[in-house]
Design a protein around this ligand. Structure first.
Ligand SMILES: Cc1ncc(COP(=O)(O)O)c(C=O)c1O
Length: 372
């Protein structure tokens, strides 16, 4: 297997995608799945799990299908090849990269290491819940810091809440369910300062969707700082949620120490598929472009209806429905549209995954029918 694109070319592809016109597809050659504009109970619009409902790229699907003939083998070579690709794409030596069965594997390991060290976990609330769940299961103390009045993660409040026993800090950037970002310089300062005292884990699950000059990945800090971990996932833009591939960027000391805890036994079709998908820059451009179209459709609906929302930096949006998210979910389910679960304390806020423009138009039509 050969790596065909440099990181610079890849970044150039992503950057130029952000400048694409909103009408018309830049990838007309691929025959993508039809949008679901006649949803049924058996085949609803899936706007509840932040999946990529377009599915995997054709190149990834071909790689997955053709991998069946090799799937009786242990996949050590594939693991090394994918690890090398992930390192190359981020311009970081391979020894800083580990692969897992989804990025959740790393959240779990971080929680385990923290619990073994008897540490507290500092994290914002609301945020992606798995790390807190692991911490709770392991008996760790959770220090949950509410987001600010602007609904952004409040780093000053987190600094103030830090205890001497905090050994793990979790930040999801962009956050989930609130798709806000932390300004890059403010975040860098926080990471450098706090990593003197604890491990800082930055979960960048939605990194590929961000198109915001104030955003930056924290992978560049990993090389300089032993206590910073960045996790990424193939579950979102690469549509590998059911295939399970996650990536962890961390100092080699952490990677080595964790080696005995990672399964290091990912499935071969998933790795072959991911290897193809991460080099399918055209498909990623297409998906970013479609996600932008969805954002425009939904923000127009929200503006028309004068509903408050948090600008999306991901493949979902969070809006104040003025009624409970449970009620909205129940109503939209009648139209065979699934929306996000409740995210306390924001009981009137709905998380809506941005699926396909045609599906978002359908959602907007039905939502207006119900609530205008
Ligand atoms: C912020 C965040 N991190 C991690 C995950 C889990 O990712 P994976 O499928 O790689 O385990 C999700 C899934 O929704 C997520 O939203």
């Amino acid at each position: 297997m050969t790596i065909k694109f440099s990181r610079r070319e890849w970044l150039a592809g992503i950057t130029s995608a952000s400048g694409l016109l909103i009408s018309g597809s830049p990838v007309s050659a691929q025959n993508f799945m039809e949008p679901n504009v006649n949803p049924t109970a058996e085949n609803p619009i899936r706007a509840h799990f932040n999946e990529n409902v377009y599915g995997q790229s054709h190149k990834a699907r071909e790689a997955i299908a053709s991998s069946a003939k090799d799937s009786h083998k242990y996949a050590f070579r594939d693991l090394l090849a994918l690890q090398a690709l992930m390192a190359k794409l981020e311009d970081i030596p391979t020894k800083y990269v580990a692969l897992g069965a989804g990025s959740t594997e790393f959240l779990e390991k971080a929680a385990v290491f923290n619990a073994v060290a008897g540490g507290d976990i500092l994290l914002p609330i609301p945020t992606y819940g798995d790390l807190a769940r692991f911490g709770r299961t392991l008996g760790s103390k959770l220090i949950e810091v509410p987001v600010g009045d602007d609904m952004h993660i409040n780093l000053d409040a987190m600094r103030a809440a830090m205890t001497d026993n905090t050994k793990l800090i979790y930040l999801c950037n962009p956050n989930n369910p609130i798709p806000s970002i932390i300004e890059k310089n403010v975040l860098k300062e926080f990471c450098n300062e706090m990593s003197e005292r604890a491990t800082v884990l930055i979960d960048e699950a939605y990194f590929e969707y961000v198109d915001n000059p104030n955003y930056e990945s924290m992978i560049s800090l990993v090389k300089e700082n032993k206590n910073i971990i960045v996790t990424r996932t193939a579950s979102k833009i690469h549509a590998f949620a059911g295939m399970r591939i996650g990536v962890c960027y961390a100092h080699p000391d952490f990677i080595k120490r964790s080696f005995g805890m990672f399964t290091n036994s990912l499935n071969l079709p998933a790795m072959r598929g991911a290897y193809a998908s991460y080099q399918d820059y055209e498909y990623q451009k297409f998906l970013k472009h479609k996600n932008k179209e969805c954002q425009i459709i939904i923000t127009k609906m929200l503006n028309d209806m004068r509903l408050e929302y948090i600008e999306s930096n991901a493949n979902f949006i969070f809006f104040n429905a003025g009624r409970t998210s449970t009620e909205v979910a129940k109503t939209m389910k009648k139209h065979h549209i699934l929306t996000g679960r409740p995210f306390p304390p924001f009981k009137n806020w709905v998380r809506l995954s941005l699926t396909k423009p045609e599906e978002m138009k359908y959602f907007a039509e039905k939502y207006k029918e119900e609530y205008s």
